[in-house]
Design a protein around this ligand. Structure first.
Ligand SMILES: CSC[C@H]1O[C@H](OP(=O)(O)O)[C@H](O)[C@@H]1O
Ligand SMILES: Nc1ncnc2[nH]cnc12
Length: 331
């Protein structure tokens, strides 16, 4: 169902209830047109403004979901320039406990075909250390756990709710896309997303090296987004939408934006289908607390701090209170 187009600028700028679930849209996914937008929030954070105002939309059954376009509504932010701390902090402020993040990726494996979807379980960092990657700073030191970079409960909900075959639709071809999950790989192996800096794509040698490292797919977006969500105690899972075979596959032209864009339309419409299904399932879980989504992260950062809070500068603690109200008393 596509919803009548609403003039987003005319929406209220406040929303009184906390919103527990967020969808981050990547390349090709700039809105959730099948949901009814009910508010558009401009959230100022100690780390600046997010990539775009956050749209609050409602499902037919009245569940509220927050939507944020990672590269801005007109895709004018390079992967390196996405204000990730502001994005995650703003979502935390509206009450988000779980994030489903979509990303257009290159495939590093023959069996992951363009237009297939992948739910990764591991990450390898190939960014260049030029993206601010933590909410903490000199004067207040903390170390979040990141051995499992994605939320395992969210990962399982996705694998249980979306069938591997028969759910994603073929568009203008007869090849039906597949959803790849760790649960459905023959040997239960991790599916690994390599995160590179970009904005240029990889060389063939790099692409082959990533394959030798066990990489499944490659993008420019999962880090530090996933790290910041973990620090903010938000359950986070990325859903990767394959658009190309990157540069390793010598029987294909190395990836170009044209190839990526060619597959985006089919991917975006499948992403909306996946998002609609997951919004219902995850919202219900967050409402009933059945699986306790996000609950195992609650309070985790309180015990991850190395600095004694007594000597910490007041301004720094005030900044931290934006994310963790009440964790460390301000004297
Ligand atoms: C346009 S291809 C490269 C671009 O696409 C992906 O963006 P996103 O993850 O936001 O969908 C990839 O990470 C690169 O930023
Ligand atoms: N081959 C690729 N490398 C990095 N990011 C991508 N996004 C889509 N395709 C990609």
């Amino acid at each position: 169902m596509s919803h009548e187009k609403t003039d987003l600028a005319s929406l209220p700028h406040t929303f009184s209830k906390p919103v527990h679930l967020a969808v981050i849209g990547g390349t090709g996914l700039y809105e959730l047109p099948n949901l009814k937008p009910v508010a558009r929030l401009t959230v100022s954070t100690p780390w600046g403004f997010p990539s775009a105002p956050i749209t609050i939309a409602e499902t037919q059954s009245g569940e509220a979901v927050a939507f944020l376009a990672r590269h801005g509504p007109h895709h004018d932010l390079l992967p390196t320039d996405v204000p990730l701390r502001a994005n995650i902090a703003a979502l935390k402020k509206v009450g988000v406990k779980a994030i489903i993040a979509f990303s257009a990726v290159g495939s590093l494996q023959q069996e992951i075909r363009p237009r297939d979807f992948v739910v990764p379980t591991q990450i390898i960092d190939r960014t260049k250390g030029i993206r601010p990657s933590t909410f903490f700073e000199k004067g207040f030191v903390a170390h979040a756990m990141f051995g499992e970079p994605f939320d395992l409960k969210l990962n399982k909900i996705i694998a249980d709710s979306i069938p591997t075959k028969g759910f994603l639709e073929a568009h203008d071809t007869d090849v039906e896309p597949i959803l790849h999950t760790k649960q459905h790989t023959s040997n239960g192996e991790d599916l690994t997303v390599i995160c590179m800096e970009g904005p240029q794509f990889s060389t063939r040698a790099e692409s082959k090296m990533y394959r030798s490292w066990g990489g499944s797919v490659i993008n420019m977006s999962v880090l530090p987004e996933a790290k910041l969500a973990r620090e903010a105690e938000i359950a986070y899972q990325m859903i990767c939408m394959s658009t190309d075979y990157d540069s390793w596959n010598e029987s294909e032209e190395p990836v170009t934006v044209e190839t990526v864009v060619g597959n985006l339309k089919a991917n975006s419409s499948n992403a909306l289908k996946v998002a609609s299904k997951l919004i219902e399932v995850v919202s219900e879980d967050l409402r009933t607390g059945k699986l306790g989504l996000g609950s195992d992260l609650e309070g985790s950062m309180k015990y991850s701090v190395s600095t004694s809070p007594h000597g910490v500068k007041k301004e720094l603690l005030e900044k931290m209170h934006f994310l963790f109200p009440g964790y460390w008393p301000i004297q």
